[in-house]
Design a protein around this ligand. Sequence first.
Ligand SMILES: [Zn+2]
Ligand SMILES: [Zn+2]
Length: 282
Amino acid sequence: MPSRYADCHIHSTLCGHAKHTLPEMLEGIRVSGLHAAVFTEHLPLPEEVDPNREVSMRFSDLDPYVVTLKETAERFDSLRNKGEDVPHLIIGAEADWLNQDPAWSKRSVAKAREAGVDVILGSVHMLDGWAFDDPAQVDEWDRQETETVWDFYFTEWIKTVKSGVYDVMAHPDLPKKFNFIPADPREYYFEAAAAIAEAGILCEVSTGGLRKPCKDLYPSQSFLDELVRRDVGLTLGSDAHSVPEIGYGFDYAAEQLLKAGVIHQSLPTGPVHEGKVELLPL
Ligand SMILES: [Zn+2]
Ligand SMILES: [Zn+2]
């Protein structure tokens, strides 16, 4: 039976830290049985932020990336028209919010849209240049107050939401990745949910966290409840960096969403502010 899910967060080796190449990942999507997939490679970062190209694609990769996805989407469409069970492919990208240079962050999204990217994920992975979710930089957590980091993160997360240039906020409570979690994080969740509801963009339910030390969905249960209470549209994303991770844990995520009272997954097919969102039953 074809899957009813859309995986809205997928990478390839173009970003410097994935296992499979773009053609390999696209072939994985073709045979996945998914209803749809949004490919979301990491957009280029300034040279000084990613000098060795370990977390982002090169500037010169952006146009060929979009062309490859466009051609593949057309190929998938024609296969589907011949009766094959092939997903819809949507051209996306994941964009970092750089708190030290918000103007740069917004310009990079504008460039991606100009190049033909339809859906942009907003992510906060770095605070003053510290990649707090990088296993190689996890020691820094021992030198920081957990609450100070969470304050900083959610302050920037809310600025990202309000910037108006993103369609979906990815892995919303990423700072819990290594289990550095304040005693009561509910206030962060409350304010974050209020901000994203007001902005009218989507929030990702990421199964990436299930594969990480926190062993939990991003967002956690109490954050999810706040988002649901405010009627925020929710996507499903695996954050796949290898073929087996495509659609990872979606039955579990769907079960959690249904328990929380959510009966549809949102699928962005273009800018969310233009209403380009489909609802897929869970
Ligand atoms: Zn990545
Ligand atoms: Zn990602």
